[in-house]
Design a protein around this ligand. Structure first.
Ligand code: TYD
Length: 130
């Protein structure tokens, strides 16, 4: 679930390369990022029917909760050298953003509200009927 990116480092700094179907396991159709976050306001609270995503904390830190309907796992994102791969049908919550947090998301498809499951009970029902 955690992807490790190897920075190309030299005396000038680090360069991190993300390539579709290489170190990112899908074709990237959309990139968005969250800035000016506030730890008082967690985000996410949804799952996706088809979409795959990779979350990369470019700056600062945050905590991600992933729930597959059976168990919850927590990941603290603290490095731009790591990405969290989110498959479809994972309920996700984003918490504890540091003041400087910049969270970038790579997505396998365009924005489509009908791909979202935004209600937790509905999420559990979909899993139970799968
Ligand atoms: P939302 O899903 O609530 O964000 P998060 O999962 O980070 O809590 O999205 C916030 C708003 O932005 C909502 O009105 C949908 C819109 N949106 C787009 O228009 N395009 C996008 O690619 C995304 C991710 C969201």
């Amino acid at each position: 679930m955690l992807l490790n990116f190897t920075p190309i480092g030299d005396g000038r700094g680090d360069l991190i390369v993300l390539e579709a179907m290489k170190n990112i396991p899908f074709e990237i159709k959309r990139v968005y990022y969250l800035t000016n976050l506030n730890s008082k306001y967690p985000r996410g609270f949804h799952a996706h029917k088809k979409l795959e995503q990779v979350l990369i904390c470019l700056q600062g830190t945050c905590r991600i909760v992933l729930d597959d309907g059976v168990e919850c796992r927590e990941f603290k994102l603290t490095s731009a050298n790591q990405g969290l791969l989110l498959d479809k049908f994972f309920w996700r919550e984003m918490h504890d953003f540091s003041d400087d947090c910049i969270l970038m998301v790579l997505a396998s498809d365009y924005y489509n509200e009908s791909d979202y499951i935004r209600d937790y009970v509905g999420f559990k029902e979909v899993l139970e009927n799968a």
